[in-house]
Design a binder for this molecule. Structure first.
Ligand SMILES: N[C@@H](CCC(=O)N[C@@H](CS)C(=O)NCC(=O)O)C(=O)O
Length: 205
C-alpha cells in the first residue's frame, strides 16, 4: 500500500508520473499548498522540510514501511521497486545519471525561481526573472540539440530521466507557454510522452 501526498507542481507531477509509469498502486492525497497543508504537524512528521511530494510505502524493502520525500528520490525508489525505467545496459548508466540530474536539479529549480520571483514582487524582480528565463532557455536549447540526436533523455531507452524532464517541461508549458516554444526536437519528444496513458492519468490533479 503506497500513499502519495502531492500537488500539481512539477515536483508533485514527477512523483505521481513515476508511480503511474511504474505501475505501482497508490492512494493519492492532494495537499493544498495555498492553505499551508504542508506545514501541519502531521505533514511535518512525514517531511520536516514541509514540502511535497511525500510518499509512504507500507511495504518497503524487507517489508518495512518507508517514508520518502524529494521528487527525484521518489522517482528512483519507484523505478527500483518496480524494476522499470532504469537503463538496462550498465554502459548507459553515466548518461542516464547525467540526464536525470540535469532534468531534476537544473530544470525544476530554474522554473521555481522564475515562478517565485515573478510572483513575489513582479516589477522589482524583472532583471532577476530575465536572468533565470535566459538560463532556462539555455538549458532547453541544449535539450533540443540532444533530442536531435537521441530519442529519449538518456539515449535510446525510455527512463525516469524522461519523466523528470517532462514534469518540468509540462509545468512551464502550462504556466508560460512561450518559454517552451521554438524547440522542435523537444516538442517531438514531449508529444510522445503526452500520449502515454500513465502520464495522462498522473496529470489529473
Ligand atoms: N527538491 C524538492 C523540492 C520540493 C518542493 O519545492 N516542493 C514545493 C512544491 S513544488 C513545496 O512543497 N512548496 C511549498 C512550501 O515550500 O511551503 C523535490 O524535488 O521534491
Amino acid at each position: 500500500m503506497i500513499d502519495l501526498y502531492a500537488a500539481g507542481t512539477s515536483n508533485g507531477m514527477r512523483a505521481r508520473i513515476a508511480l503511474e509509469e511504474c505501475g505501482l498502486a497508490y492512494t493519492f492525497h492532494p495537499v493544498n499548498l495555498e492553505k499551508g497543508e504542508q506545514k501541519t504537524p502531521q505533514f511535518l512528521a512525514m517531511n520536516p522540510m514541509g514540502q511535497i511530494p511525500v510518499m509512504v510505502d507500507q511495504d518497503g524493502p524487507g517489508g518495512k514501511p518507508v517514508t520518502i520525500s524529494q521528487s527525484s528520490a521518489i522517482l528512483m525508489y519507484c523505478a527500483e521497486k518496480s524494476g522499470k525505467l532504469l537503463p538496462k545496459n550498465p554502459a548507459n548508466r553515466a548518461a542516464f545519471l547525467e540526464a536525470l540530474m540535469r532534468a531534476s536539479t537544473d530544470i525544476t529549480p530554474t522554473l521555481g525561481a522564475i515562478f517565485n520571483s515573478s510572483k513575489i514582487k513582479p516589477d522589482a524582480h524583472t532583471p532577476t526573472v530575465n536572468w533565470f528565463k535566459d538560463l532556462w532557455k539555455g538549458y532547453l536549447k541544449v535539450w533540443d540539440d540532444l533530442f536531435a540526436k537521441r530519442k529519449y533523455a538518456a539515449g535510446d531507452e525510455f527512463t525516469i530521466a524522461d519523466l523528470s524532464l517532462y514534469a518540468g517541461y509540462v509545468r512551464m508549458k502550462k504556466a508560460i507557454p512561450e518559454m517552451v516554444a521554438g524547440y522542435p526536437n523537444i516538442e517531438r519528444w514531449a508529444k510522445e510522452l503526452d500520449a502515454r496513458p500513465a502520464i495522462q492519468r498522473a496529470l489529473k490533479f
